[in-house]
Ligand binder design. Structure first.
Ligand SMILES: Nc1nc2c(ncn2[C@@H]2O[C@H](COP(=O)(O)OP(=O)(O)OP(=O)(O)O)[C@@H](O)[C@H]2O)c(=O)[nH]1
Length: 303
């Protein structure tokens, strides 16, 4: 049920943008209080545009977590950057996240150039304030310089520890206009549960495998059967080359077992019930280069 908003209730869509690995997904998960987006130390973890919903007494904010903006090297990269650009122009406010543990760099300037063309208001969020405290002044100066003549507000926080997030939330609500509830107050994401299940499997592959494997996998959830005491899930891990199969499966199936067991625990938390997870591995040659495969796997331009 979507309630009627009281006078003065505020709402709006806020896109979280920034280069890969600055902590966008960690921030969205913290703000909405639930793991919607997977996170990892590997850049370009997020591939789809994800929505996280935060509802308080005073406001409803719909966060749009976008994949990291970077110069694309393949078809998947092009789809990712195009979707981030669409998000920039279709929201009420932009939260531009930078990594406060290092000074501003070329990747951030690439995004500033992209942002000069938009009319959407912007807040610069300096994340990872828990790191490198001795270098804060120099780093802050570099971001002040990055913002230059733009009249963007600047705020600092740590998405990991939660420090500064109350102030950030207040700042965001202040910037929003009065508006309706867009979603029921208890909804935290509009992503289908199956999608999050696939992402939780991909997250374990990102955390447990090395080299080219993390970027070469795409998950399909083939079947979800809900039985009285257990949910049976059949999923396929699609990879690009035959040679990757061995690494992913491991000696005597040990790697696949470890991935399956860790992912199963995460999915159990998601659905709050027992899960039986069976994983299959399939070679889908060069899927990241093929429009048809990208489409089948759910990586589309999200107009
Ligand atoms: N120390 C510290 N680490 C953080 C903080 N926020 C995120 N991280 C870490 O930074 C890494 C990247 O975080 P993500 O949330 O996946 O970053 P992202 O910007 O969504 O990355 P992409 O999906 O590649 O665009 C992870 O290892 C996080 O744990 C923070 O406030 N402090």
């Amino acid at each position: 049920m979507i309630p009627q908003a009281a006078p003065g209730f505020k709402s709006g869509f806020i896109a979280i943008i920034g280069r890969p690995n600055v902590g966008k997904s960690t921030l969205m998960n913290q703000l909405v209080g639930q793991k919607i987006a997977i996170t990892s130390p590997i850049a370009q973890t997020t591939r789809n545009r994800l929505r996280g919903i935060l509802t308080t007494e005073a406001a409803q904010i719909i966060f749009v977590d976008t994949p990291g903006i970077h110069k694309p090297h393949h078809q998947l990269g092009k789809v990712i950057v195009k979707n981030a650009r669409i998000a920039i122009d279709s929201v009420d406010l932009l939260l531009f996240i930078v990594d406060g543990s290092v000074p501003a760099g070329g990747g951030d300037r690439f995004i500033v150039d992209l942002l000069t063309k938009t009319e959407t208001p912007i807040i610069l969020g300096i994340n990872k304030s828990d790191e490198q405290p001795e270098k804060h002044q120099a780093i802050d100066d570099s971001y002040q310089q990055l913002v230059g003549q733009h009249n963007w507000q600047i705020t600092k926080f740590s998405a990991l520890t939660g420090d500064g997030l109350t102030e950030l939330q207040e700042l965001l609500v202040n910037q929003l206009e009065p508006g309706p509830y867009y979603y029921p107050p208890d909804l935290v994401t509009d992503q289908p549960e199956r999608f999050i299940m696939g992402e939780l499997i991909r997250e374990q592959i990102l955390l447990l495998t090395r080299e080219e494997i993390p970027h070469s996998v795409a998950i399909t959830i083939d079947r979800v059967e809900e039985e009285p005491k257990i949910t049976r899930i059949l999923a396929t891990i699609n990879i690009e080359r035959d040679s990757q199969k061995g690494i992913l499966i491991g000696k005597g199936g040990s790697m696949l077992k470890t991935i399956g067991s860790a992912a199963r625990q995460q999915i159990q938390k998601l659905i709050a019930g027992h899960v039986y997870l069976e994983l299959f591995v399939k070679v889908l040659p060069k899927w990241r280069q093929s429009r048809l495969s990208l489409d089948e796997l759910g990586y589309r331009v999200e107009e």
